[in-house]
Ligand binder design. Sequence first.
Ligand code: F6P
Length: 327
Amino acid sequence: MTPTPSIRTIGVLTSGGDAPGMNASIRAVVRTGLAHNLRVMGIYNGYEGLINGEFREMGPRDVGGILQHGGTILRTRRSALFKEKRGRREAIRRMNESGIDALVIIGGDGSLRGAYALSQEGVPVIGIPASIDNDIWGTHMSVGVDTALNTIMEAVDKLRDTASSHNRAFLIETMGRGCGYLAVMAGITCGAEMVLIPEVDVPLEEVATAIEDAYRRGKTHAIIIVAEGYRMGAQELSQALEEMDIGFHTRVTILGHIQRGGRPTAFDRLLASRMGKRAVEALIAGEHGMMTGLQGRQITLIPLSQVVEKNRSANLEYFEMAKMLAR
Ligand code: F6P
């Protein structure tokens, strides 16, 4: 494959919340670009770095030994200025000044909205979905989700040991913004007694009854996964439940940013690498304004215009399945 004449130099950046596997994507973008005789520029600090011209040419050794690490060697930011037209205009000016013809943008929902805005202003862009939330439309899995789920699973397994020793109900809060994907999948893979997600409005009384039922059925503990975005946080829920008679005493664990770190799983390394390679090949073939997505076993391209229209939410069949298996 020979580069499209107009694309000689590509830039790669990571933006928004970091996700395990971002480094594997950076590595794949850099090395695929170099393999096709492109010049590859690393852009540091997300869109802020694009605006400020924080660029550095990347060689193959610059991305050596990063595949197995969480976080992002290019670092990341959430940029308010880039949401404004003047921020994007400055970013495009910086790109032109440095001869960057096209971009690969690795990030979540907000980052892909930024990518779409840039593409509408004429910049050739390919997005790679990377966010632990799995709320990005157009891909079954985003980079980082599998690792985050494994991190949650390991934590919940440990919490269950202490929960059952003390006959307690543990309320474990998972991340996900408005999407209950991680919570539902954790509910199934950890055998939780209950899962609470933003997509399904379970009232407090129903939560209390379900926990009390578990107690009466002789369970030694109750694990309740509370997704971020549910009508109340785990802490508030615990306080409310302590005032009701549910059998167990409650304890709260907010997993927080631990879910975003750590060594990416094999699944995430592979997904991130495949998407990185596909992104560069798409730019070379003159395809842009798109996002790489996982559909079945294939890496496909979806127009960013469709990606930004909706968000993916938790699969309610799996939600029901988690409930049924909690008997
Ligand atoms: O989008 C990833 C995510 O971790 C969400 O799950 C969470 O709501 C948010 O980012 C936290 O953002 P920050 O790292 O800025 O606190």
